[in-house]
Write a protein that binds this ligand. Structure first.
Ligand code: NAP
Length: 494
């Protein structure tokens, strides 16, 4: 006997995560007239990565006029690359303006989600044991929230303070301290210039140098902001210009890595201008193709490295001891604090949550050789389960919010088919063909040109990045095609 469909207590949509993704989904649901939806957020506030990452100097490396919702332009961005606090405030303003706050449940981490086929419902179990049911689930948990710690002998023995860049210890004053920063990725190059002036000594441990070009950040004057306010089209035009400028780089990433040679020259010239010591220049010059790892932008990182109290260490780390770090040459450097700017476990999408689909299948099993989905949004065998920023929808060249908006519109199409109940499940053959094409395209990209990066899993496969133009993604996801899905009607009580 089938269970009755949709008892009143069931949510229409359960959204997991209150970052940019969850917020975008909630705003679209609200605009479409949905009332029965809740965002379950593990932390005590909204904001996702912009709530967590509060290290000194944290700012977006995509210009703010593009790194924001297309439907919620902000004329008041203070700079071309606005700092974390401003982005976080923008998100809170969006949530308030669109009436999303009453739909948020904080400190409500979802431990598991299981599909009940007979009831056509998802049962979500929260970490405190509570169970909630929803017709559809949208995961907005993002890819950059599980901190990655280096696998270094003796890490836990360190007697001073140690913390990850995404869990900055604001209670700890770095002034006058001896500090080690491990890693030279996007987070480290923002942290180093912002702490170098106050610490006593700073050692930056670099395993692989990054390609870095000038950020050319600038403040917007009150006059410019007021123009943006009075003439929203002016701001929109700026947004389009930024989008096109970033999008034009995609060809270099996806099929013509040679096109990024001009960027490499710009970066080499930047090193030459900024670093007087030839040996140090060499250490800072990457030996892999630009774009293989994320291209970084900074106006002050190289300058910070030339300070007398800053040391660039390229000897490999042998172990961490209670006093500090020992490198392979046997030298011990003593520290008061260690900062792990060592990134995130981006390939372990949905690793924190047990997801059970049709017939008891587990997403962790289906993804044991790498995560796969259809446009990163739906996975066959998991009806009415959708993802924002799911597998292969990350970007190396443009604003991720563009992808979130495209995905949200697509999910809204799927949800419309569910208005009367029932289920939608992407067809397995459609998903398989999609991924076969995607893998073929991936082989030609710069991300497979032979560097180690967080885009690749242990098998060397890239389940993080979209190997194409974002405009192509937008075009292909502008409508959900019913033929790509198995759409089943609502079951009725027997
Ligand atoms: P990341 O780019 O993954 O960099 C991690 C760094 O840690 C790398 O330099 C890595 O070296 C190093 N590392 C890892 N294990 C190590 C070990 N055992 N010994 C020495 N070094 C080690 O991480 P992230 O800087 O946190 O950035 C992650 C992503 O977050 C970025 O790519 C970006 O998408 C996002 N982000 C964005 C912004 C923004 O402005 N929008 C700011 C920060 C972060 P290898 O290169 O050798 O692996």
């Amino acid at each position: 006997m089938n269970a009755p469909f949709n008892p009143p207590a069931d949510l229409d949509v359960a959204i997991i995560g209150a970052g940019f993704s969850g917020l975008c989904m909630a705003i679209h649901l609200k605009k479409a007239g949905y009332k029965s939806f809740t965002i379950f957020e593990k932390a005590g506030d909204l904001g996702g990565t912009w709530r967590d990452n509060r290290y000194p100097g944290c700012a977006c490396d995509v210009p703010s006029h593009l790194y924001s919702f297309s439907f919620e332009q902000n004329p008041d961005w203070s700079r071309s690359f606005s700092p974390q606090a401003e982005i976080w405030r923008y998100m809170k303003d969006c949530a308030g303006k669109h009436g999303i706050l009453p739909h948020m449940r904080f400190n409500a981490a979802v431990a598991s989600a299981a599909y009940d086929e007979s009831a056509q419902l998802w049962r979500l179990r929260l970490k405190d044991g509570e169970t909630v049911t929803a017709r559809a689930v949208v995961s907005g948990i993002g890819a950059l929230h599980l901190p990655a710690f280096p696998k270094i002998k003796g890490l836990e023995t360190f007697a001073g303070r140690a913390f990850h860049s995404s869990d900055w210890d604001e209670s700890y004053d770095l002034a006058g301290k001896r500090v080690a920063v491990i890693g030279t990725g996007a987070s480290a190059i923002q942290i180093v210039p912002n702490i170098a002036g106050k610490v006593k000594e700073l050692s930056l441990f670099q395993r692989t140098p990054s390609w870095i070009v000038p950020r050319m950040d600038r403040a917007f004057s009150d006059k410019t902001k007021s123009r943006f306010r009075r003439f929203p089209r002016l701001q929109r035009a700026l947004r389009h210009v930024i989008y096109l400028a970033l999008e034009s780089r995609a060809l270099g990433f996806i099929s013509r890595p040679g096109m990024l040679k001009a960027g490499e020259k710009m970066a080499r010239d930047y090193i030459a201008r900024s670093i007087p010591d030839p040996a140090m220049r060499q250490k800072l010059t990457p030996d892999y193709a630009m774009g293989c790892k994320r291209i970084l932008i900074s106006d002050d990182f190289y300058g910070a490295l030339t300070r007398p109290n800053v040391e660039l260490v390229t000897d490999a780390i042998r172990e961490v001891t209670p006093q500090g770090i020992v490198t392979e040459d046997g030298k011990l450097r003593e520290f008061d604090a260690l900062v792990y700017a060592t990134g995130f476990r981006a390939t372990e999408v949905l690793a924190e949550m047990r997801v059970t689909g049709r017939g008891g299948r587990q997403l962790a099993d289906d993804w044991k050789d790498g995560a796969q989905a259809y446009y990163g949004i739906a996975v066959s065998g998991y009806p009415n389960f959708f993802m924002l920023l799911g597998p292969n929808t990350g970007l190396g060249h443009n604003s991720i919010i563009f992808m979130i908006e495209a995905q949200t519109r697509y999910i809204m199409d799927c949800l419309r088919w569910l208005r009367g109940g029932g289920e939608v499940d992407v067809r397995e053959d459609v998903q398989r063909d999609f991924n076969a094409t995607l893998r073929t395209k991936m082989e030609r990209t710069v991300w497979k040109s032979g560097c180690r990066s967080w885009y690749l899993n242990e098998n060397g496969s890239n389940s993080v990045i979209w190997p194409g133009f974002t405009v192509d993604y937008w075009w292909k996801t502008r409508h959900a095609r019913r033929a790509d899905f198995t759409v089943r009607p609502a079951k009725v009580a027997a």
